[in-house]
Design a binder for this molecule. Structure first.
Ligand code: UD1
Length: 420
């Protein structure tokens, strides 16, 4: 197993190019199951989750190649509609194949994703919506067994909660359904918007893109003419690099980003005292004369993303005062707290709220990554800690950050991937 060795107290400088968004690439790759032709996809991040989904699609019968952030995929050869446990257990987002497989084949079996480090993360809303579209769903031996022999039927679905992958799953299912589906209380994340746009370019009539209400006219079971496309930049990777600039109080520039997608993050950084300058595709962060404490509440887009909560917690340990972080989306997303505290942070947890003490002198330690974004918080903390931190279990990081140590090294960090 690999770990990262990070020498603290280094300033960063220069610029870093942001990769394609993992959370956009995954639903878009799942959507290729709806295509009647081969598709070329650019700006696909080279991360483990993408490889896992390509493997799953390969197991179903698709052929694909991955080269230099470019995927060519042909799903016309897919014969199987069974996403088995061995792959699904590695990545929760495999559930994104449920909607497309059921819509295309009229039946499918997709393993339940199982437990997850950041809470229970049920899929009840995905299943309820498919049932409303006429699917018969049973849970058998850890699998979702779904049938819709006469195809899925358009209807009105009101999501009880805003769910990102739930919205994406049902959007894909609705694109091939018979009739019109109205989705209410849909996620508005940029990744959902890109999925809408790709489906729209494939000939599906979708109204309300970017709003919380979508109306989708299904193709009546006909496969779609999905066009080649480029994955949008990863706003969470981008935010993580901005936090690295912030915590080391350095001036760095991130390029290949869409600043509009990052407003909740950049506004928060500005309020904490950092300078933010944007162009149409880059953001430069400059040092704060004093890092001010923050008040953060995670919520759905366009609010502050839960996927940036851990990184901001690391940053808040360096603020001049006490910060409050309210985690509203996931009940168990404070697993990084104990590791940050082992490095000298003072964080008090009460329910879904964390009180983060500022002006902390952090010290290097051996720490363990517990989930994808928690791992990046530990790296940020390591950048300002005294001594050399070792971050273990970095397979969590590899799920979502492309060439992390290469990118940070280029910014001047002393970071190395080593064998245990
Ligand atoms: C997606 C992102 C993840 C991000 C999260 C919230 C991908 C691949 N993952 O995860 O990085 O942290 O959005 O922005 O895009 N819920 C239910 N029932 C359901 C579905 C969800 O109760 O059927 C609840 C969840 O427990 C959670 C909330 O809804 O409290 C939001 O979860 P959801 O948006 O579904 O997260 P994911 O799509 O899994």
């Amino acid at each position: 197993m690999h770990y990262l060795s990070i020498e603290g107290k280094q300033k960063l400088q220069g610029s870093v190019s942001i990769s394609g968004a993992k959370n956009a690439a995954l639903p878009l790759l799942a959507a290729t199951l709806l295509s009647k032709n081969k598709i070329n996809i650019s700006n696909v991040p080279n991360v483990a989750d993408v490889k896992t989904l390509l493997k799953l699609l390969g197991n179903l019968g698709a052929s694909s190649s991955y080269d230099n952030n470019h995927v060519t995929i042909d799903t016309t050869t897919v014969k199987s509609a069974c996403a088995n446990y061995d792959i699904v257990r590695k990545m929760r987002a495999s559930i994104l194949t449920l909607g497309p497989l059921l819509a295309r084949f009229g039946h499918c079996e997709v393993s339940l994703p199982g437990g997850c480090a950041i809470g229970q993360r049920p899929i009840d809303l995905h299943l309820k919506a498919l049932e409303q579209m006429g699917a018969i769903i049973e849970l058998e031996q850890g699998y979702v067994v779904a049938k819709a022999p006469d195809g899925l039927k358009g209807t009105t679905i009101i999501f009880d909660k805003v769910t990102v992958t739930g919205s994406e799953n049902i959007l894909m299912a609705a694109s091939l359904a018979h009739g019109t589906t109205k989705l209410v209380n849909v996620a508005k994340e940029p990744e959902v918007v890109q999925l809408c746009e790709v489906l729209q370019n494939a000939g599906v009539k979708i109204d309300g893109i970017g709003t919380s209400q979508l109306t989708i006219v299904g193709s009546g079971g006909n496969l779609l003419d999905i066009q080649d496309f480029t994955v949008i930049p990863d706003r969470i990777e981008a935010g993580t690099y901005l936090c690295a600039g912030a915590i080391t109080n350095s001036k760095i520039t991130i390029t290949n980003v869409i600043p509009k997608h990052m407003e909740a993050i950049t506004l928060k950084l500005e309020r904490m005292g950092f300078g933010i300058e944007t162009t149409n595709n880059s953001i430069t962060i400059s040092p704060a004369s004093k890092i001010l404490p923050a008040d953060i509440e995670t919520t759905e887009y366009p609010g502050f993303p839960t996927d940036m909560q851990a990184q901001f917690m690391a940053l808040c340990t360096q603020a001049d005062g006490t910060s409050i972080i309210d985690e509203r989306l996931f009940e168990n997303r404070f697993m990084h707290v104990s590791e940050l505290c082992r490095m000298g942070a003072t964080v008090k947890l009460k329910g879904h709220s964390a009180t983060v003490g500022g002006n902390s002198e952090l010290n290097a330690a051996d720490v363990m990554a517990t989930d994808l974004r928690a791992s990046s918080a530990l790296i940020l903390a390591a950048f300002v800690a005294e001594g050399t931190t070792k971050v273990h279990r970095i397979y969590h990081l590899d799920r979502g950050y492309e060439n992390l140590e290469g990118k940070f090294s280029a910014l001047g960090a002393k970071i190395e991937r080593l064998e245990e």
